[in-house]
Write a protein that binds this ligand. Structure first.
Ligand code: ATP
Ligand code: MG
Ligand code: MG
Ligand code: MG
Length: 474
């Protein structure tokens, strides 16, 4: 019998506990006091101030299984869901942290021991990358751990890109960052893809499982890199990715948690085809949507609430595509509780609130979904070439409530793209019209912003501001 995801989570936390780490519970998806970040996107987020030296803890070693959402901001994987074997909007990041305690040597040794001794991965399937100039990390891998040098790859900055890339990790535009070393698993030559750094690295054969970041700098808004008070360690391993390996499957969507959700989705929708991409999307989205509501986000037209709305609507559209004839999405909350309720009791506690929020959003969107899709089909019958005109995208958005990424999702399935500049122009024209027509002027708009902001930070934010937003929009 292979290990369940729950057992893997426990094995990880207990391994690091035995190595003197304090087990720290996952924090909320809404970063406590960090306005620069849309959602918690890594295990280190709740420790940001500890790395910076402005917060002190009773421990210098910690471990956690952190719930993360990557559906906006610097780390955005929404567009990857359904297309890769390894990306989710919501996932759990297993991590160990050193606050000025052990550094490169300790972090690498622990990771290697956990993978090869505790969960017993075959060493010959593991590849590692190090930051281009990090000879210290390179030598630890090559000389102390004994990884053959043809499986150690140096990777540098993505020159010219706004962020230094792969082997220099940063949480966002500002904050703690540093060079990293990553561990990849080779799923075998029957899967397309090449090792990291090769032209085929985007394939799903070599899957990144663990990132070990050597936290050394605080990046400021002006780009200045200030050294941190103490060199520290932050690591992150995707629970779903390590589960896939240990459950002898390739895709994350084949692991225990997802199989249960996919079956529940098929049943709720009335679909037979368990391999369908849309079912995977729905199974992914129920996790991010449920946990966002748990953490106080409600569907709305602004900020975090709009990200949630976009994800729900995407799920609803995929369900419709599979033939769902009535609301189905909220029914999956119970299935999620089956597989994650033990680790996250708050899911069960807030079950009724989550179901109600998702049902309301689905009912509201279903009213316009069908007509919107019809409009889109008509427009597509007319278009020349492969670009959906901006005014169609705008009408879908404005009249039928189609978030642009949802229209893009449909377009991509049909090999089409969107005229984004045309959409922006239509949007701007509408803003101008709204300004001229408004008796209230800018003050009300800014008040509306503030209203929504207040709601984002609320943990018991069961208030739906969308009617208020709609009022001002109208
Ligand atoms: P990738 O290159 O595959 O997109 P990443 O480099 O963006 O991953 P990191 O920021 O290094 O990921 O995060 C640490 C770990 O978290 C990754 O090694 C991976 O195991 C996991 N992880 C990252 N993004 C996702 C995601 N969208 N879904 C599931 N697991 C993820
Ligand atoms: Mg990524
Ligand atoms: Mg990566
Ligand atoms: Mg990475």
């Amino acid at each position: 019998m292979s290990m369940t995801s729950a057992e893997i989570r426990d094995a990880f936390l207990n391994y690091f506990k035995d190595k003197g780490h304090q087990i720290v519970p996952s924090s909320s998806l809404i970063p406590g006091n960090d306005p620069t970040l849309l959602f918690t996107n890594a295990g280190m987020v709740q420790f940001k101030d500890v790395f910076l030296g402005s917060d002190k803890r009773a421990y210098t070693r910690a471990t956690s299984s952190q719930r993360c959402v990557r559906a906006g901001g610097k780390h955005n994987d929404l567009e990857n869901v359904g297309y890769t074997a390894r990306h989710h909007t919501f996932f759990e990041m297993l991590g160990n942290f050193s606050f000025g305690d052990y550094f490169k040597e300790g972090a690498i040794q622990y990771a290697w021991e956990f993978l090869t001794q505790v969960v017993k991965l075959p060493a010959e399937k593991l590849w590692v990358t190090v930051y281009e100039t990090d000879d210290e990390a390179y030598d630890i891998w090559a000389k102390e751990v004994g990884v053959p040098t043809d499986r150690i790859i140096r990777i540098g900055d993505n020159k010219g890109a706004p962020y230094a890339s792969d082997n220099f990790w940063s949480m966002g535009d500002t904050g703690p960052c540093g060079p990293c070393t990553e561990i990849f698993y080779d799923h075998g030559e029957h899967i397309w893809g090449g090792p990291p750094g090769s032209p085929e690295e985007d394939g799903d054969r070599y899957i990144e499982i663990w990132n070990i970041v050597f936290m050394q700098f605080n990046r400021h808004g002006d780009g200045r890199m200030e050294p941190l008070p103490k060199p520290s360690v932050d690591t992150g391993m995707g629970l779903e990715r390590i589960s896939a390996i240990l459950q002898h499957v390739h895709s994350n969507y084949e692991i225990d948690i997802f199989q249960h959700l996919i079956k529940a989705a098929a049943k709720a929708i009335g679909s037979e085809d368990l391999e369908n991409k849309s079912l995977r999307v729905v199974a992914d989205h129920i996790r991010s949507c449920s946990f966002l509501v748990v953490d106080g986000v409600m569907p709305s037209n602004e900020g975090r609430g709009y990200v949630l709305r976009r994800i729900v609507r995407r799920a609803v559209r995929h369900g419709a595509q599979l033939g769902a004839s009535e609301p189905f999405f909220y029914k999956l909350v119970a299935a999620l509780i089956d597989v994650m309720g033990d680790a996250y009791p708050e899911l069960k506690e807030k079950q009724a609130i989550i179901e109600k929020a998702l049902l309301m959003e689905e009912e509201q969107f279903r009213k316009t979904l069908e007509r919107g899709l019809k409009l889109l089909d008509e427009a597509l019958a007319d278009i020349q070439g492969s670009v959906i005109p901006g005014d169609v995208v705008f009408k879908l958005y404005d009249t039928y409530g189609f978030p642009v990424d949802l229209t893009n999702d449909v377009a991509r399935e049909r090999g089409l793209t969107l005229d984004e500049a045309g959409f922006e122009t239509a949007m701007e024209a509408q803003r101008q019209r709204a300004k001229q027509a408004s008796n209230f002027g800018a003050d009300y708009n800014s008040r509306l912003d503030i209203d929504c902001q207040t709601q984002f930070s609320g943990y018991d934010g069961v208030r739906d501001v969308s009617p208020v937003v709609a009022l001002f929009k109208g």
